[in-house]
Design a protein around this ligand. Structure first.
Ligand code: GLN
Length: 338
């Protein structure tokens, strides 16, 4: 009996793995085709404007456009300007949140910051006043500065080193601050400093408010390519395991909490429209990039500097939406069991 089972299995198994391989190959081909088509469809879309409240961002060439997908088994697909060194901006909030959850547990985020979406523009002070510094969400500036203030270290250098090393783990490569971007924002930082001081007045900032705002500003000025962002997104999609370096950067549980916050607040006060259309956790930055993840399948990054009124890249949103629709990969789109 056992012997018959063994013979049947050894006859069927190569067939199963052959069909799986063929399906994977077809799926990989369809990823590249969907990416190429979205890229050409939106390459000349001129809507939106570069962010200019950080003066150096206004100088980034507006025509840049790149898309990268990295699957959880480490296959990389790309098209366009995927090597340009852009500033990570608010996408850094994802990784600092992961760092704090990983090192201090998820409860500290619920207790010290809150996770409900604010429904307000990313640099609004209203949620601070409305909730007396509570319920400010790690992906809008007040909650993000507070999240950075939860990273423990003897001084700001040590804190920043932890923040950037953690990002490097996700990217699988060395990263550096872009000095012009950092200086440009640091010299125009009154609003974030005010946010931090207001939080301080409610005892909701957990380090020196002005110094930690500077560390947060450096965190936002870290340079990444769209390729790096694709790997970072794939690491989140893959339960915190970097599919390129094969390192466990954070635990699957940490990744799951991070994806939940990305789902609710990744695209600020446009997160509802995004979720309705695309259904995937995502995070944008005013540098023009967006990352999004299909849990257990792949991470996607798209970059183009022109933004809509919410501060989200127009081409990046269009491209990701188009690709996910073509691949029929909306996570809530299910084949009915009949
Ligand atoms: N560094 C930017 C800021 O704090 C990040 C904002 C963003 O990307 N939405 O204003």
């Amino acid at each position: 009996m056992k012997r018959t089972l063994f013979i049947v299995l050894s006859l069927v198994c190569p067939f199963i793995s052959f069909t799986q391989k063929r399906n994977t190959k077809q799926y990989h081909q369809s990823i590249q085709t969907a990416m190429d088509s979205a890229y050409h469809k939106y390459k000349s879309d001129q809507r939106g404007n570069n962010a200019d409240y950080i003066p150096a961002l206004a100088n980034v060439p507006s025509d840049l456009f790149g898309i990268v997908i990295v699957t959880v088994d480490g296959k990389v697909f790309s098209i366009g300007d995927v090597d340009y060194n852009l500033s990570i901006q608010s996408i850094s909030k994802v990784f600092t949140l992961a760092l704090v959850i990983e090192s201090r547990g998820e409860k500290i985020i619920r207790d010290s910051i809150g996770v409900n979406p604010t429904g307000q523009v990313f640099n609004s002070i209203y949620p601070i006043e409305q909730h007396q510094g509570k319920g400010i969400n790690p992906f809008v500036n007040p909650g993000a500065i507070a999240t950075t203030s939860l990273v423990q270290g003897e001084n700001q250098d040590e804190i920043f080193n932890k923040v950037i090393s953690n990002m490097e783990g996700f990217a699988g490569t060395e990263l550096n601050v872009i000095p012009e971007i950092y200086e440009s924002e640091a010299n125009n930082n009154q609003r974030n400093q005010a946010i931090s001081m207001l939080l301080h007045s409610y005892d909701r900032i957990y380090n020196d408010p002005i110094e930690i705002t500077d560390t947060y500003t450096k965190q936002c000025a870290v340079g990444v390519s769209t390729h790096n962002l694709g790997v970072m997104a794939a690491t989140i999609a893959n339960g915190g395991y970097n599919p390129i370096t094969k390192n466990q950067v954070v635990s699957p549980k940490t990744s799951s909490h991070v994806m939940s916050v990305m789902t609710m607040a990744g695209l600020y006060n446009n997160a509802g429209n995004w979720l309705y259309l695309v259904g995937m956790p995502a995070k944008s930055g005013v540098g023009g990039a967006i990352i999004s993840v299909l849990p257990g399948k792949f991470g996607i990054a798209a970059f183009s500097p022109k933004l809509d009124s919410y501060g989200n890249s127009i081409r990046a949103q269009l491209a990701i939406f188009d690709i996910i629709s073509t691949l029929q990969d909306h996570p809530y789109l299910v084949e009915p069991v009949k």
